[in-house]
Design a protein around this ligand. Structure first.
Ligand code: NCD
Length: 308
């Protein structure tokens, strides 16, 4: 039985199969409309979410399955002091697959050790967010035709942004991907990531201003300053509007440089970018449903809860 806790839980070949399946679902949704008849998914969200919870639910409903869950810790027994381990054991008696988002790093790993059903990590603190990465990879593969040979700028809160950490961890396994990190010095990528890049001999640059590098990017991945992970309000207020990508700055970007964002956006992308054909962040949301449909099918089969 398999779980998805980090993008590395799938090999590059397995990811290709997953993306092929997601593309097939996108093109022939009716073929899959009853693939999960009679199966149940539990979404256990201890942190706010719009896209991640509803895209998993939409994916399961699109496969004919059913969904249940909670969307805040205060409405679950966590409020009474129940551990993630116990909750995972209990949910295993109710559902065929479990999706968990939790403010603590490692919570999904703990759940996977105690659950007897597949566990999907929907974000564990500032650590990882692998299903967002699957979404990002499928989007890039469709926009650019390949996951090799490009320069990606990652901009914003690279310290606390879990989508950034998972995306870098995934992209290092492809060929000739160059990283350009754009952040204020206080919010630069954690050392464990730059050390990993150095060990693997993968090139990266660190910059502060978007304008200095936007002209030579193939993709620009914008992120929100992660207010909830700051230790004090003052630092957040100082850094919150550090980046605002607007139509003026987009004039400096190549004609085929797509802009991605895991969303939610706050101020870091001005709405005047939304109609630019290079703005791909809402298309990215749609890809997120197909890739989660493919993931649910793959994990349920691995657990023997769907026929091969
Ligand atoms: C991200 C998250 O929760 O980490 N949102 C998402 O799931 N698409 C990004 C964010 O909250 O900034």
């Amino acid at each position: 039985m398999r779980h998805l806790i980090t993008p590395q839980d799938f090999t590059v070949e397995e990811l290709e199969q997953l993306f092929d399946l997601a593309d097939d679902i996108r093109l022939h949704p009716d073929t899959y409309a009853h693939a999960c008849d009679g199966r149940k998914m539990a979404t256990c969200f201890y942190e706010p979410s719009t896209r991640t919870r509803l895209s998993h639910e939409s994916a399961m409903l699109g496969l004919g399955g059913q969904v249940m869950g909670f969307s805040e810790a205060s409405s679950s027994s966590a409020a009474k002091g129940e551990s993630v381990a116990d909750t995972a054991r209990v949910i295993s008696c109710y559902a065929d697959i479990m999706v968990i988002r939790h403010p603590k790093e490692g919570a999904a790993t703990v759940a996977s050790h105690f659950a007897s059903i597949p566990v999907i990590n929907a974000g564990d603190g500032g650590h990882e967010h692998p299903t967002q990465t699957l979404t990002d990879l499928l989007t890039i593969r469709n926009l650019k035709g390949s996951l090799n040979n490009f320069t990606i700028g990652l901009c914003g809160d690279l310290k606390f942004g879990r989508t950034v950490h998972s995306l870098i961890n995934a992209l290092v396994r492809y060929e000739n991907v160059r990283f350009v990190f754009i952040s204020p010095p206080e919010l630069c990528v954690p050392d464990y990531i730059t050390e990993m890049l150095q060990e693997k001999g993968i090139p990266y640059e660190e910059h502060i201003k978007i304008e200095d590098v936007i002209g030579r990017l193939d993709l620009l991945y914008m992120t929100r300053i992660q207010k909830e992970r700051f230790f004090n309000e003052e630092d957040y207020v100082r850094l919150k509007d550090f980046y605002i990508l607007d139509a003026e700055k987009m004039k400096l970007a190549p004609k085929d440089m797509y802009v991605l964002h895991p969303l939610p956006r706050v101020n870091e992308i001005s709405v005047d970018v939304d109609d630019d054909p290079r703005a791909a962040y809402f298309r990215q949301v749609q890809f997120g449903v197909y890739v989660r449909m493919a993931l649910i099918l793959t994990l349920l089969k691995s657990a023997g809860r769907l026929p091969e």
